[in-house]
Design a protein around this ligand. Structure first.
Ligand SMILES: NC(=O)c1ccc[n+]([C@@H]2O[C@H](COP(=O)([O-])OP(=O)(O)OC[C@H]3O[C@@H](n4cnc5c(N)ncnc54)[C@H](OP(=O)(O)O)[C@@H]3O)[C@@H](O)[C@H]2O)c1
Length: 529
């Protein structure tokens, strides 16, 4: 059943459209604040009476047929069942897992002894629907029609893997791309991954459990996992690598079998249970709620590599950093990194409300691109260098006449010409996306004559993700909560029918609806989205 027909459709609508008309750049995500989910308060009202059934733990060298049973269709959850928050025909309910998590005294052994449910609820897209939007314009492709709430089997656990009870997840842009099957259907990724090994065949299914963030509790670890154990409170970054080739051993992002978990692999985080590789796990920052902990993973790590890491722009003190979308998912972390690292962020946003978010993060140099009316394109094919110049002149007002050392790029086609132009001689444009279009055009004379560099950046390796996570938690581990270098960005916490509960609702009431922006800190502005 499509989400639009479920109460979950409300969730989807809230997250994807954010209650405002779709704009040209963000037809679904509700221009342009980053939607953040979620309260997978896993089935707190679960009422299954079926006797618990212990699932057999797979041995290390399980016969492959056992690891990947014949693909089967997910069981669609009837509309009136979804809000009830229970779902297992046999075996333990997710509620029992949640009870263990919420009891203060459950030890690792208790979690290890918990039987696993046979199945769990998950947000999916279906392989037999990948053509459903054929011929439609991007902005007319409605994720509410393609996303489903399904009951799916718990995948077998392989070597080096972990099953995690998901307490909260988040919605990233890749969930949007997946749900509209653009630029490609993700089932092609799953088919290719399924060909890598007998173990990876599990991922090639007629449904795709999406989601690339989670905060939760380890339930099981597979053979060869020594650093994590059942009961550990964790967050997961979304880099999945095989690392059998030498190529990835300097930088795991260069592994030929590098994938984004929950996008290019199955069993993602928008679910009650997720399957990850153990080298995706990181400690949950102890001072954060589940929702706060689930929000940063993908965007925080991506922004860290793109801006701070030597693999990205290698930012240093004093750098003038132009940050597009500075209150958004990536941009709000980039802004915090720039501020904490002694750089000078020049934040570009499109409303006063978003400017306020940047201010509350501590930024002072803010350009409201809407209010100032930049039009870098005269028409669909022709850029306007006069507008680049006007933009560059405005930037210099914030830099004492200097140009930009690093441009933090992701809007793509619409802004790339301006980004190349305003970068100083020898400066860097670092890009990880093309939200407004991936066919970039810029005047190459401004690049080569001024010895500028364009650096492609994509997610982050484990070390970078770990360092980004450490910036949220390291000081707090010493008891200095106020000294965290980076604070999580939560636009809003949304209980879903899948995980919904009164508790979750109260939490939402208490936290209010956040605009994206760690700047919101302890007193977030009300959402206007
Ligand atoms: N490669 C990777 O590993 C990776 C990782 C994460 C995200 N991404 C990609 O990065 C992009 C941004 O992700 P996000 O999570 O930061 O999204 P987001 O939360 O929606 O923020 C993007 C921001 O960019 C600005 N923006 C969008 N279109 C623009 C345009 N045409 N001109 C100028 N500014 C524009 C908007 O800010 P204002 O309207 O306030 O200016 C918006 O808030 C997406 O395409 C996503 O898929 C890539």
């Amino acid at each position: 059943m499509a989400l639009s027909a479920l109460p979950l459709g409300t969730w989807c609508h809230t997250l994807m459209l954010s209650g405002r008309p779709a704009c040209r750049d963000h037809p679904y995500v509700g221009c342009p604040l980053k939607p953040r989910l979620v309260r997978p308060d896993a089935c707190v009202t679960g009422t299954s009476r079926a006797p618990p059934r212990r699932r057999r733990a797979p041995p290390f060298a399980e016969p492959t047929a056992h690891l990947h049973p014949a693909p089967q269709a997910p069981r669609r959850i009837p509309q009136d069942s979804a809000p009830a928050g229970r779902f297992f025909a046999g075996g333990i309910t997710v509620k029992e897992i949640l009870d263990a998590i919420q009891s203060q005294d459950a030890q690792s052994a208790d979690f290890a002894a918990l039987p696993l449910p046979d199945s769990y609820r998950a947000i999916t897209v279906h392989k037999d629907e990948t053509e459903m939007f054929a011929g439609l314009d991007t902005r007319d492709k409605d994720p509410r029609k393609s996303l489903h709430l399904d009951d799916v089997p718990v995948p077998e656990l392989g070597p080096g893997e972990a099953l995690v009870a998901v307490m909260a997840s988040s919605v990233n842009y890749n969930s949007v791309w997946t749900s509209i099957f653009e630029p490609l259907s993700t089932f092609g990724f799953l088919e290719r991954y399924g060909k890598v090994s007998e173990l990876t065949k599990r991922h090639d299914l007629p449904y795709h459990v999406i989601g690339s963030d989670l905060a939760g509790v380890v339930l099981r670890t597979g053979p060869g996992v020594n650093s994590w154990k059942p009961g550990d409170e964790v967050v997961a970054h979304c880099l999945s690598v095989e690392l059998e080739s030498s190529d990835g051993h300097n930088d795991t992002m260069l592994d030929p079998e590098q994938r984004i978990w929950g996008f290019e692999t199955n069993f993602g985080g928008l679910a009650e249970i997720a399957l990850v590789k153990s080298n995706q796990l990181m400690p949950k920052p102890g001072h954060l709620s589940w929702e706060e902990a689930a929000a940063p993973g993908l965007v925080n790590s991506t922004a860290y590599r793109q801006l701070v890491s030597r693999n990205g722009a290698d930012m240093k003190q004093g750098d003038n950093v132009l940050i597009w979308g500075a209150s958004g998912g990536l941009g709000s972390y980039a802004t915090q990194f720039a501020l904490a690292g002694g750089a000078n962020p020049i934040c570009v946003v499109s409303s006063e409300q978003k400017a306020d978010i940047c201010r509350s993060m501590g930024a002072e140099a803010i350009i409201d691109r809407s209010a100032e009316g930049y039009r870098f394109w005269k028409d669909e094919r022709t850029q306007d260098p006069k507008e680049w110049k006007r933009f560059g002149k405005r930037i210099r007002e914030f830099t004492g006449g200097e140009d930009i050392d690093i441009v933090f790029e992701h809007p793509g086609r619409e802004t790339f010409g301006a980004s190349v132009y305003v970068t100083r001689k020898g400066g860097t444009i670092t890009t990880c996306a093309s939200t407004s279009g991936y066919m970039h055009e810029y005047d190459n004379r401004y690049l080569w004559m001024s010895l500028k560099r364009i650096i492609g950046s994509h997610f982050a390796n484990y070390r970078e993700a770990w360092e980004a996570n450490r910036l949220i938690s390291s000081m707090t581990a010493l008891g200095r909560v106020d000294a965290a270098v980076v604070e999580p960005v939560v636009q809003r916490a949304v209980p879903t029918p899948m995980f919904g509960s009164r508790r979750a609702s109260r939490r939402r009431a208490r936290t209010g609806c956040h605009l994206a922006g760690a700047g919101a800190r302890r007193s977030p502005p009300e959402s206007g989205t």
